[in-house]
Each structure stands twice: as structure tokens, then as C-alpha cells.
Write a protein of this length. Sequence first.
Lengths: 265, 406
Amino acid sequence: MDIFIPALIVAVIGLVLGALLGMASKKFYVKVDERVEQVRAYCAGAGCGACGYASCDAFAEAVVKGEAPVNGCRPGGNEAAKAIAEVMGVNAEKTNPIVARVICQGSNATAKERYNYNGIPSCRVAAGIAGGPKQCRFSCIGLGDCMAKCAFGAIHMENNLCVIDEDKCTGCGACVEECPRNVIRLLPKEQSVYVHCRNTDKARMARDVCMTACIACARCKKACQYDAITVENGVATIDPEKCTRCGECAKVCPCKCIVPPEVVA
Amino acid sequence: MMGMHLGAPSTPCVQKGDKVKLGQVIGTPEGFLGLPVHASIAGEVIDVGPVQGLGATPGIGVTIKNDYSDEWVEGLEPLGNVETCPKEKIVPAIKNAGICGMGGASFPTHVKFAVKEGQYCDTIILNGAECETHLTADHRLMLENSVRIVDGLRAAMRALDVKKGIIAIEDNKPDAIEAMRKAANGRDGVEVRPLKTKYPQGGEKQLIQVVTGREVPTKKLPLDVHVIVLNVGTAAAIADAVIDGKPLISRITTVTGHVNNPSNFRIRIGTIAEDIIGECGGYSEKPGKIVFGGAMTGMPAPSDLIPLAKANNGVVVYNEKEALNLEESPCIRCGRCVEACPIGLNPYKLKYLCDADDLKAAAEADIMDCVVCGSCSYICPAHRFLTPAFKNMKDKITAEARKKRG
């Protein structure tokens, strides 16, 4: 029976403190706008920072205050925007989904190697050593710095080249920040025809280091009926506004750095 | 190469087809840390364009076809005897000669002499420790050019009115200590200090602590403890600049490892590594890796077609077996890296922070004090890639800070 008294004392202390806590929570209750919690629930919750706020909670608060747009959560996409708009009682403008795309096709098979890198697996480090393991100074290094940053598992490496799964990619842009060579860009998902190279060197130099480098031959420009292609600084660019994704440019590209839309899709 | 020193690369001021003479300025300095670049051979400029060196991006290089005349450019301004020449002309002469630290870090020497208000310097230390393994370039220089080194030290001391100059040499080079003592005999305030042989004693802050007993606090510079450290090679270059008015166009470099006849050479700046390896009788085995600088702190080169810069004190050739990287395995917490670290950091702990990519925590754990000497990586029985991870982390933190400053 010796155990009975201490148990009773503890139970009484528990009850008293519990009652105190209960009263305190009633008395000092801070009213939280319930919409914040609702908005927060509809966010993708990746903590990626694509909305421009430090956390999903901060974004939710900003939405309720009217500082952030209801369609600000990029990973959440149109579904989240719609749900958040409903909570806020406004209409969400439909956003064009954005995905990250690799502006390089220089895998082990096509890009020439400068040296055999066997240091720590980091693109950043490799890029700093004598111009990187691949001869092209614009190339994807392929050691996976972006892969480590991706919160959605959308990136993997194939033949020392970064490959992004567009279904998983939410366009948060974490990989774009991380890439030491800036080979990843955020592009509208519907713009499936783009130039897969950013080598601005002269044609011969570019061709010397990679079989799939843009040599600025301007054949794509001639083939384009919609005047969507410009060739400047030794590299071609496609204007997404004018491009109809007909794929004519991809047919004539001698270096295969424009990929036909059906292959991408 | 135009970007041989720390700071903004110089701008080439010659064109294809120009005739240049030995010592002619071919690159003009840019910015506060800028230095001029001089032609190291006489002849015709055959190309001005991008050259891939050891850095991340190609730099601008001037290729000169040697006509073997070795004719010096006119208008050199020798100041004469280091003891009697006008003091205020010494530092400009150092700058115009394009001298940067020749021990490896290539920091512009004239900037070291820029003593700010409230600061003063009471000791100049000449670094003849050469603690880096494999290299003997400074050793040879001290044996063969000992008087020039002391002249350079005296010039530096006079430029800043410093009373004390210490030449620090590790005791594995008794002949160099002897030669330097002989050369320093009878010169004002110059002293030769033998040191115990220990890596990485040749690091600036380590050397100051050993020689003067003063510890350079974190985030401070040697001048904050009233010391300037110069490499012995830099001192010899200062003597050349002051006495003869000659710019820095050559240096002593060790070529060693798997070459047939490892040697020291006085090479012209910009010599292609392949040529000096050929001078050594070529490779004795198939090369697996070529390192510019010493084996511990040097930079790997992608091929032997890279030109040597002002700060390249060595070329070390590894064979394929030595170049093989061992696989990284988990930390076994033996603590050897902690004992080995000359700064007193906890390398094993820092590695976890680097792996977690935690910039803030790593900075709080004083990763910026790491001198990237490689001792922890060398001693680690688990072959953890400690030093490269720290170097990467330091670069990341610096980049982040620069981004914040805008």
C-alpha cells in the first residue's frame, strides 16, 4: 500500500496542473485565421521555396493577408491554386505549368572527355578543376548536385548527364540554383521544342568538343515558317510565343540539338 | 596566361603579329589586386585568345613564338644597391615587376606591403620552410641564390622601415641553413631561424606562430600581428626587380615523380609542362595524374599541355596506381584527423556538416579557418574525402556571402 500515497499525490498534481493549463489555453487564446490552416493544408508542403517565402506556413499566411497570389504554390500546380482560391473566395488564374529542363545533351557518348575525374562526387568541385571533366565548358557535368537538391525525386543521372522526369518536376527551381554550369532552366511545360545546347563558341570549337553542340548553322531558322527562331551569339533560341511545335526545325538540325516534339513527349 | 595572380585577370595589350622583347609588358593590370604580365621570351605574338588553365573557365593567353634572341626590352629602371636606393621606389618597382607570392597562393606582393593606418609591421619572415613533400625548388634557390634572397629581404625591410627579418628554414635542409647564414652574415637585422621539420609549417599563419609565438586570430591577417610573410622565391624576385629592374619572367620549379630524371629548372613563366617533362627525359611510367604544385596542396592538371604560372613551384607526376582514388568508407571515429589538424578543428564533424550541406553550421564550426593542407585526408584510415569537401564548403560559404552582399 506504500505506493498508494505517492500515486495519489502525482495524480492530484496532474489534475491541478491540467486544469490550470486548460484555463490558460482558454484565457490566452490567440485567434488564428482558420483560412491560414486551410491554405497551408492545400500547399504541396515541400518547403521548396519556389513561392518566394521561407516556408509553406509563411506562404499560407501571406496568401491570407493578400500579399501572395493564390496560385503561388508551384509544386501544388493548378489543383492547389484552385483549392486555395476557393478558401480565399476568389478565382484562380490558370497558370502554365513550369518545368526544369536541361539545356545539354552532352552525355558520355557524345561529349568529349577532358580528364577522368575521380574526386568527390560534386559538380561544383569538378567544374572548378581545369574547366571540368568534359571538354565543353557549357556542358552538364553529371555528378548529381541537382539530384541531391531535388525534393521530388525528379532527377536522375544517365551516362553522366542529368535527366529530369517532367511528370515529377514541379518547377520549384532548386536545381537551377544549385547547378554550377547553369544548364538547367525553368521553361513552360508546353514548350516541348527547345534548343538542347547553350554553347556559344564558334562552330568548329563547339563541334570539336561535343557531337550534339549547336553550331549556329541557322538551318532551323530557315526551316521555321513562323519566324520563331533567332541565331545569336553562336547559339539558336526558340521563341515559345511564336513556336507552334511543328517540329520542322528538329528535322533539319544537323547536330540533333533540337529534339522533335514527339520524342520529348 | 593573364590570370596568374589572385585578383582580376590582366588585359592583354599586344596583338597577333606584334614583335615583343624579353620583359615587355603584354598585359596591363586591372583593379586593386591587379598585376602586369611580362613577355618571358622574345619573339612574335602568334595568338591572343582563350587558354584553358587550371581554373574553372579559360583565361586569355598570349602565345609567343620564340626567336631565341633573348633581347631585353629597353627602359628597365634598375634602382641599384638595395641598401642605398630610394625607399619609396621599392614598392612601385615590385608592382611593376608583376611579382606575386611564389609559394603557391599567388597573392600580389605589393598589396601585402600596403600597410593601413593604425597598422604597423615589425618583422618580415622569409618562408624557406618548404614543408610541402616532393618539392625542392626553394631549397635549390636558397643554395644557389642565397645572396639575392637576402638582398630581396633587405629591400622589403627598407621599404617598410622594418628592423627585423627572419629567414625560417626547416632543419631537413642543413646545407640551405648554412648557405643562408653565410649570405646573411653582416646584414642589418637579418637572422636565419632553423625550424623542426613538420607539415604544414610553411602555411603563413602556422609559420608566424612558430617563429614569433604570435597567433593570428581567426578572420585576421598577418599584418594584424605586425608580420609580413614572403616566400624566398618572392624575395629573390624582389631583388631582381630592385637591383636590375627586371620583371618576373622566370622561376624555379621542381619536376618530380614518375619522370626519368627528376630535376629543378629555372623555367620561363608560361612554359608548357610537356616541354619541361621532356627535359627530364620524359615519363618513366604511364602518367595517371599530373599535379601542379606540391603533392599535398597542388592542383590536378587535365593534361601536360598546361602552361606554368608564376606560382607553380612544382610539377608532380603520379603513375596510374598512385592516381587511383580509394573508395570512401564510413568514419570509424578514431580521431586521428583531430590530432592531425594544425588549426585544431574537428574534421570528422565538419565532414558530416558538409555532407548535410549545412552552410550555417559549418561556418559556426569555423570551417573558414581550414587551411586546406590535406593532413586529415592523408591520415584518415577510412579514406574519407575530407579536404576536398572542406574546400568545396569554403567556396560555397564565400559565394553565399558574396551573393548576400549583392
